[in-house]
Design a protein around this ligand. Structure first.
Ligand code: NOJ
Length: 682
């Protein structure tokens, strides 16, 4: 039963006055529904500033707001308050798919309209929303005669933090985009970083700065200015302009999620709440799913993307994967290397690709039909190497073709020139853009809307970071935009260390779903790449299906490896990808996390627990299980002698009867994990 209430109360009287050191300052404030978080806004000498506190703890000291513009006066000072209002909002909405079915969106809002005191009287609105799990704010450029089309040279938004917090981050402006291991450092040594930027404050609180609803704007990175101060650093166009804007328009929300415990960051839905509701009317074709595919074998060098004696995407091999998927109940079969272009230097330029012509040894139509006949669908693949002009010229034909063949999901890929995207302007000049600037944000928006027209779900690799747009466009299922499983196959730094996935729930996954591609059961792949391996235990690999959320999860290993490992395959088949609820039982960033999720379509619960190189031994209460139900806990756990380095295959499957009155002892090996299905018996 969906509870829906909507309250909009406008109050014009909540103004507090206080003296600032500079001049008399009018301060406006808004607190979250429980009163825990408060944002204050003030014009100090006619310059906009805000501050944030949790109870009496100042988390963001007075921080500047505004914009530097090109070719006209900045929109940053000489303001007066033209109007202000407060409102309350409380609604519970239903997520089409996700980590939680019903999400409460409950906030108090403060809206301020600023107007320049000078001749031009340009206006800028600032909207603050105070939630019990954090703060969001955005700028609005209202329609007005003296601000039409304009160029933002800099967004002046600051986040002036109040201590030398412990922080978790990846650097921005790096050649390999978002594909880095997480750094853990003091705030003092941070330079320019991507978001979500997560931290533990010197007071022991947890915070994560990110953005929501990134549309027709440039990705925000955070630059450390001085002391503990951060400033928005928008990824620029080739000419240094950060954003080409026009009024009326809005910026993305700047978000600050705040919690006492790190696990509460994971269950904060603030980013989704700040996005617009679903815009797709008929959503019957959007379905969370699990997939297998011709993928890992290329990363292992068992086969090739390009044509030749070891070509992976042949008709025969595809048939083998379809048969495997049909036998084991997987929904899609991804086929990479299916189309013309892979024999060229595609890493250099995606202009070699055709998105409609299959290679000679791959019968696209026949395989799409064979899949449908077997209750499976092919998953399409559009690697475009970030040559987006070429891609945009063909993508509609590509989507149409897939749609006509009954294909409902497409993985897109933007590898190639690190962060650089090349394009040619009207004068024939070749320009380069950052992978995450406004140019690419626009491109990705175009692709998601076009995909929706063709009833296609997207799985985007090397795209722009997630900002919760899946709420508005629920066909935008999942993304990579981080360092995934593939690094274990070929990473020349030894792959992902045991603690890599221990950071992701608190950093990358705070933005949204991640196509990490778990499910490797042949952890050492000695036949193919003996110098590489997966750096954790088999039970931990299974736990990733619960810990890392994605509505499209891959069973990434080769069919022949699953045939050899039927027991872990059983868990991979059972685990859902769409949840009714999610809870975090324990969490220590980079070290330990235990997450339980309830299946959306049954009364079953699932648990995933993972650790870094340290063994763990703890007890959890099973009070999250439904009252009055007897469960069989199907436990996939590390054996006593399991160890990520010396004995990664040490696991056992045991069953026990449990109810919500029980406790469960969980022991994790070094680099280990545990995965449990709580199967409802009555
Ligand atoms: C990089 C992607 O992350 C990977 O999944 C894909 O197989 C290759 N590009 C080729 O498209």
């Amino acid at each position: 039963m969906i509870m829906k209430t909507f309250l909009l109360i406008t109050v014009f009287s909540l103004i507090t006055l206080h003296q600032s050191s500079l001049s008399q300052t009018t301060t406006f404030s808004v607190s979250s529904p429980s009163g825990i978080h408060t944002v204050e806004f003030a014009l100090k000498d006619q310059v906009p500033f805000y501050t944030v506190r949790r109870h009496d703890t100042e988390l963001i000291a007075w921080s500047r707001m505004g914009f530097e513009l090109q070719g006209e006066e900045d929109l940053s000072e000489d303001f007066r308050i033209a109007s202000h209002s407060q409102s309350e909002f409380d609604e519970t909405w239903t997520q089409l798919w996700g980590e939680k079915k019903h999400i409460r969106n409950n906030y108090n809002e403060l809206a301020l309209e600023l107007e320049e005191t000078g001749k031009k009287e340009r206006r800028l609105k600032i909207i603050f929303r105070a939630y019990d799990d954090g703060i969001g704010f955005r700028y609005e450029f209202p329609e007005q005669p003296n601000l039409r089309e304009f160029k933002i040279l800099d967004e002046l938004t600051e986040f002036n933090l109040t201590g030398n917090h412990t922080t978790w981050w990846i650097g921005a402006y790096q050649w390999n985009r978002f594909e880095y291991l997480t750094e853990e450092t003091d705030l003092a040594v941070v330079d320019t970083v991507h978001t979500p930027f997560t931290m533990r404050t010197t007071d022991g609180l947890y915070m994560s700065i990110h953005e929501a609803a990134l549309v027709d704007y440039s990705t925000m990175t955070l630059e450390k200015t001085d002391g503990y101060s951060l400033k928005a650093n928008l990824m620029p166009w080739h000419d240094g302009i950060r954003v080409h804007a026009k009024a009326p328009s809005v910026t993305p929300w700047r978000t600050i999620q705040i919690a006492d415990k790190p696990g509460d960051l994971i269950t904060s839905y603030l980013i989704l709440n700040l996005n617009d509701p679903n815009k797709i009317e008929d959503t019957s074709w959007i379905e969370p799913a699990k997939y297998v595919g011709i993928w890992w074998e290329m990363h292992l060098d068992k086969s090739t993307w390009g044509p030749g004696p070891n070509h992976g995407a042949t008709t025969e091999n595809t048939k083998r994967y379809i048969d495997f998927a049909a036998e084991h109940g997987f929904d899609h079969v991804l086929v990479e290397g299916w189309n013309v272009g892979w024999d060229e230097n595609w890493f250099e330029s995606g202009a070699v690709f055709s998105f409609t012509e299959p290679m000679e040894d791959f019968d696209l139509e026949g395989m799409a039909q064979y899949a449908l006949d077997n209750g499976v669908r092919l998953m399409g693949h559009h690697e475009n190497s970030a040559t987006i002009e070429h891609y945009e010229a063909q993508v509609e034909d590509g989507f149409r073709l897939y749609h006509d063949l009954g294909i409902r999901a497409v993985k897109t890929g933007y590898v190639g020139h690190g962060q650089e995207i090349f394009w040619t302007d009207e004068d024939g000049n070749k320009n380069f853009e950052w992978h995450h600037g406004q140019h690419m944000v626009r491109h990705h928006q175009y692709i998601v809307e076009l995909a929706a027209e063709y009833n296609i779900m997207l799985n985007v690799h090397e795209g722009v970071k997630d900002t919760g747009l899946r709420r508005t466009w629920p066909n935008l299922m999942t993304r990579e935009v981080a360092r995934g499983q593939e690094y274990n196959a070929w990473g020349d730094d030894g792959g992902n260390p045991p603690n890599h996935v221990l950071y992701l729930p608190f950093t990358r996954n705070m933005a949204g779903p991640f196509d990490y591609t778990p499910g490797i059961v042949d952890l050492l792949f000695e036949d193919y790449r003996p110098d590489n391996r997966v750096n954790h235990t088999l039970a931990k690999e299974l736990a990733l299906y619960v810990v890392i959320y994605s509505p499209l999860h891959m069973a990434a290993d080769l069919p022949e490896n699953y045939e050899k490992h039927p027991v872990p395959l059983r868990f991979i088949k059972d685990v859902p990808v769409d949840w009714y609820d999610t809870r975090v039982l324990n969490a220590d960033i980079g070290k330990l996390v235990t997450i339980v999720r309830k299946d959306r379509n049954s009364r079953d619960w699932y648990l995933g627990s993972i650790t870094d190189e340290q063994p763990r031994d703890f007890t959890v209460s099973l009070d999250f299980l439904d009252e009055g139900i007897n469960y069989i806990a199907e436990i996939y756990r590390d054996t006593e002698d399991a160890h990520w380095d010396t004995h990664p295959y040490g696991y056992e499957r045991v069953e026990m009867e449990v109810t919500n009155h029980d406790e469960l002892r969980i022991m994790l090996a070094p680099g280990g994990g545990q995965a449990i299905r709580f199967r409802a018996e009555n």
